[in-house]
Structures are given as C-alpha cells and as structure tokens.
Design a binder for this molecule. Structure first.
Ligand SMILES: C[S@@+](CC[C@H](N)C(=O)[O-])C[C@H]1O[C@@H](n2cnc3c(N)ncnc32)[C@H](O)[C@@H]1O
Length: 311
C-alpha cells in the first residue's frame, strides 16, 4: 500500500488496525481513519502507536497463535541455543520461546524500528534466558557468520525491498545445519464475503497483484529457502477468519484495516471508481450490521534446515 500524506484531522496511518489487548484501541487513541503506510518505516509513521497496537492485535489472531505453536513444535529448541528473530516487532513471539532455550540460551531480536525495539526491551524482565534487542536491518545484519542455531522471521519479508537478499542474510548468520523458520502473510489469499459477488471479485483481483512490495510472498517461502540450499523440515498454513464485526463498535475487524482503507486501495489499484467508494464501504458496513460479513486471510509457514556445510 502506498504512503499517503497525513494531517491531524485526517489521520491516514497505520496499516492493519486495532482492538489491541494491551495497547489502547484506535478509538481510544482518537484516530479517525487508518490506511496502510505499512511497516517499512514504523518510526516515521505519524501514528506509530497504531502500528504497535496492531502487533498486539495480530498476535492474538487464532491463526497467529496456531502458527507460533506449530513453529515451536518443529523447532525443537533446547537449552543453550541462540535464536535470532529478524523483524522481531515487540519481541513477543521470540520471548515466548525463552523457556525452551534455558538460562544459558539467548534470544537476539533485530528490528528496523526503535519503537518496536523499545517495546521488546520492556518485556524482557524474567524472560528466562539471555536477551538482546537491537535496531538493525534485515538486509545487512550486524551479526557474525554462522553465529545462531535458529533464525526466525515472521511477517517481515513482505515489507522488504529485497526478500531474497534478506534470506541470504538469515542464511549467513545461521550455523550449518541450523533451523530457519519463516512465517508470512499472502495477501493474494484475502477474501471478503458480504453477499455481493462483484465486490468480492474486485477485492480478489486487486490483491492478486503485488505492487511495490512482495505482499504475496507467503506461498513462495518454501521455494525461496530451497533456492538457498535449505531442506524443508515442515510447512503449513493457517487462515485467519473474521466472521463477525460490528462497524458501529469498532472501525475495523480486529487487527485489520478499515473498509475505507480497503476502498482507497482498490481505487488506487484501478479496481474501483472513486465515485463508487462510499457505496463500496456502506455495502460492507450494512452487511456486517446484518451478520453477513466474513473475511479470510492465509499465512504460510516453513521450518527449514541449513545445509550442513557452510553456504
Ligand atoms: C508486521 S511486523 C511483524 C513483527 C513481528 N515479527 C510479529 O510477527 O509480531 C513487521 C516488522 O518488520 C520490521 N521491519 C521492516 N523492515 C525491516 C528491515 N529492513 N529490517 C528489520 N526489520 C524490519 C518492522 O519494523 C516491523 O516491526
């Protein structure tokens, strides 16, 4: 989604919005609207709090919880291992693995956003293993070659200009035979059903094509890592479903963008006439008020093993 200008009265910020468990909701923050500036430059976002709140909300998605539990099972971590989380956000996913690493183990989290890193650092007390969270770039990690037993990256490759280069970096810092875990959304799977076939088709067509960022990378994860000589250990998908939403109570389905933002995006993509924007939004809102709203989005996950000889 392309950057938009923001003002105090019209806050087009944030990407996926809201209803956070820990952070204040969008409504509580007083933001009027949300749109996708995205997670490329979180700290430059005029309403960075929305992006932080979104991390809480998306961590609470059933699909996210399922994929993280699946990942933990397949990583089979043990005492003393060193784990790197690239694009770690608030660090919650990595910190949930701390007990498996033990007091001799270590979690290192890297994120481009100082705000995210500050949030992660505030959660490290009583982590149960050593922790280090630092601002850094997935495309140029400030970590030595072959220095981690496990590297993970969740929902981050889709925000990078060059995901292949990032995977090369993840591979570089992983020891021979170490495990690489990748989780990413695939926006081409996004579906909306409000009993209007034309509307659903427009959304599906709009999401099919990537524009400016690898938003449909989820389904390519397995091929991507195998190109680097990694061996697939396990792969899975999880679909996040939204089957109910009251637009009079919250501006957007939990952890998601508003329907106005979706309409703006469709207009930008040439899938919707600007004059039809209001009707598009009101059709969805009315359907949701009458219990005829559902959305779905699929995330993909792979756990792979690095070659046993250095790359
Ligand atoms: C959608 S969030 C996911 C955060 C976390 N992995 C999770 O699943 O909760 C994407 C994260 O990638 C970070 N990010 C974006 N570009 C980055 C880069 N070049 N290097 C490191 N982190 C980056 C953002 O700051 C953001 O925290």
């Amino acid at each position: 989604m392309r950057p938009k200008s923001a003002s105090v009265t019209e806050r087009r910020v944030g990407v996926l919005v809201i209803a956070a468990s820990r952070s204040p909701s969008l409504e509580e923050m007083g933001a009027e609207e949300t749109h996708g500036l995205g997670f490329e430059r979180v700290d430059d976002d005029p309403n960075v709090a929305v992006l932080l709140a979104t991390m809480d909300a998306t961590a609470g998605w059933a699909a996210t919880r399922r994929l993280r539990a699946w990942e933990r099972k397949h990583l089979r971590l043990y005492d003393g291992q060193r784990l790197l989380d690239v694009g770690c956000g608030l660090g919650d996913a990595a910190l949930a693995l701390a007990a498996d690493l033990g007091v001799e183990g270590e979690i290192v989290g890297v994120d481009a956003s100082a705000e995210m890193i500050a949030g992660a650092r505030s959660s490290t007390r009583a982590a149960g293993c050593r922790t280090r969270f630092a601002v850094g770039d997935a495309l140029a990690l400030d970590e030595p070659d072959r220095s981690f037993d496990v590297v993970r990256s969740e929902r981050t490759l889709q925000w990078l200009t060059d995901p292949e280069a990032a995977v090369a970096e993840l591979a570089r810092v992983l020891r021979p035979g170490g495990l690489l875990s990748l989780v990413d959304t695939d926006w081409s799977t996004f579906e909306i059903d409000v009993g209007d076939d034309d509307l659903a088709t427009r959304v599906r067509h709009a999401m099919r094509t990537e524009r400016g960022r690898p938003s449909n990378i989820g389904r390519r994860l397995a091929d991507l890592v195998q190109d680097f000589g990694f061996k697939l250990v396990a792969q899975t998908t999880a679909t996040q479903n939204w089957n109910a939403w009251d637009p009079d109570q919250s501006r957007a389905p939990e952890g998601c963008f508003s329907m106005s933002s979706l309409a703006d995006d469709l207009v930008d993509r040439g899938q919707l006439e600007a004059g039809d924007r209001e009707r598009f939004v009101s059709t969805i809102h009315e359907a949701a008020r009458h219990g005829r709203f559902s959305m779905a989005l699929t995330m993909f996950a792979v756990v792979t093993a690095a070659p046993t000889t250095a790359l």
